[in-house]
Each structure stands twice: as structure tokens, then as C-alpha cells.
Design a protein around this ligand. Sequence first.
Ligand code: NAP
Length: 311
Amino acid sequence: MTSPMFEKIALVGIGLIGSSLARVIRREGLAGHVAISTRSAATLARARELGLGSSYTTDAKEAARDADLVIVSVPVGSSGAVAQEIAPALKQGAILTDVGSTKASVIAQMQPHVPGGVHFIPGHPLAGTEKSGPDAGFADLFDNRWCIFTPLPDTDPEALERLSEFWRRCGANIDTMDPQHHDMTLAIVSHLPHIIAYNIVGTADDLESVTKTEVIKYSASGFRDFTRLAASDPTMWRDVCLHNKDAILEMLARFSEDLAFLQRAIRWGDGDKLFDLFTRTRAVRRSIIEAGQDIDAPDFGRQAVERPAKS
Ligand code: NAP
């Protein structure tokens, strides 16, 4: 058996992402000791029942003490407070990383608290589901998904390579980019789709001319696919909207312009414009399948690729 990559890994936050990490770390034998910490006693008790780690505490500082790798997996709006709390316990030479869906804001919140001699490497695995909490995680979550790092100008290349190797062993592919580019890219590929889904589901819920029963009964005609995204964790997505405000507003402005174009084509009966757009977008779906980021199956293959939670 190969020796673990890290003697002690601390997981601060043990929801969907933290618990998926715990499971894959155990499966791959990546740590000698996995210290688990979460804010509430209830979530901690569940993590313990699931046997996700080696030690359990609601004191994030205690978990981070002596850890060689600390991974913060909490809603992005809480990352600064967590960094402040654990900072005094971080050991020299440790790697501190996060998994937050926005990067510029997380860096602004966390970096001021990071002690000299600790390698802070912001990260974001592009993998998830609409579920949350420790039961929602699974070891395959990161398989063939991208993990993006947004290193700081003075990031130690050796620490970055070590963290990259860790994520590769968790199943992920690695990319690096600057935080602003990350936030703009994610605004279109992740944040806007969620906002649109929240909006359309909210609109349907408000409609009075169509009854709620009809919305549910006939949902398989399209609406249903939006409800999966719109069922995502409200705290996480509130924080994403508040912490990637500029990029999201920029993408929403473009989206509104394009929607007006579509609206106009429908109003004027311009079938060619509609057909051209719908043909172009169909090709995007094909490219995603070819890139191995989805499979061509009913329900987008979700039932096949998303395994039920297991400990
Ligand atoms: P989750 O399942 O809701 O788990 C959140 C964890 O953070 C729990 O351990 C929770 O503790 C803790 N937490 C919540 N509020 C906190 C606060 N104010 N202070 C300290 N800890 C707090 O969330 P998740 O889906 O794993 O997301 C975690 C991070 O990953 C977020 O930054 C998110 O942007 C990012 N991310 C999510 C996805 C996704 O699809 N879900 C994908 C990629 C990245 P208690 O339960 O004990 O309160």
C-alpha cells in the first residue's frame, strides 16, 4: 500500500463537497488522519454516524491544528470568518485551500488572515448536485470534472503541484486561471443557469391562470429540468449571487439583450432566426457530450451517473 499524500487533512465544512472529499480521501488512502469540523452539532453527529473521518469537532481551529492540508468547504460568504478562526492554528508549510464557487471575493476575505509560511491556494471543483449536507456526498463526484485553481502571484509552485496531484487522485482534471476570469466564466456556465432556473420556477409558482397542479402534472415537458437546478441550496446560491455580483450582472445584461432578440423574432414570425439559433445551440449540447461532461441519455443520464449517497 502506498503511503498517504498528507499525514493530516482537515475538512472544515462537511456538506456535499466536504463529505465527497472525505469519501474519496478514504477510498484513495490520501491521508493518515482526516479531521472533520462543521458548525453545528447535528451535522457533526451525522458525519460521525457516516464514519466520514478520524476525528470530529465543532471547533474548526482544533481540526486545522497540525494539519498538512486544510480544505474549507463552507458557503462563500462565510469563508473570511472561517479563515480568521483557523488562522492561529495553521502550521508552517501547510496548504490552505477552499472549494468556493466564487474566487475574487473568497481571496479578498481569506487572504488577509493567512499567516506567513502557509500556502493559500484558492480552488473550485466544478462538480456538484442540487443536494446538500453530509448524506449527499459520494466518492465519484469529482471523476473527470475540472478543478480550477486561481493561484496568487506568490503561490509556491511546489505546493500548487502537490495540491494538483491531490485533486487528480480525487479524480479531477486541473486548470488554473486568474480569479476574475474564473468569476466571469462561472457566471455564464453556472451562476446564470441557476438564476434563470430560480426565476422560471418562481414565475411558474406565481402564475394564477395555470394552477399549481398543472405545473407539476405537466412538468415533464421542460419545466422539470429547471426545477433540478432551482432545488439547489438557498444559502449557497444566495452567497454566490452576493459574492459574484459584477460578473453576474454583466452576464444578465447580455442575456437580457439576447432574450429581447428572441422575443422580437417570435413577435415578427422570423422563423429563420429561430431555426438558426436553435440549430447552433443543439451543437453546443453535442460538444458537451463529446467532451465527456454529460452522457446522451434521457434525464441527461442523471440516474446513471449520480449514485445514491453511501458512507
Ligand atoms: P452544504 O452541503 O450546504 O454544506 C455546507 C457546510 O458548510 C456544512 O458543513 C455547514 O455546516 C457549513 N456552514 C454553513 N454555513 C456556515 C457558516 N456560516 N459558517 C461556517 N460553516 C458553515 O454545501 P456544499 O454544497 O458542500 O458547498 C460548500 C462550498 O462548495 C460552497 O462554497 C459552494 O459554493 C462550493 N461548491 C458547491 C458545489 C455544489 O454543487 N453544491 C459545487 C462546487 C463548489 P452545518 O451543516 O454544521 O451548519
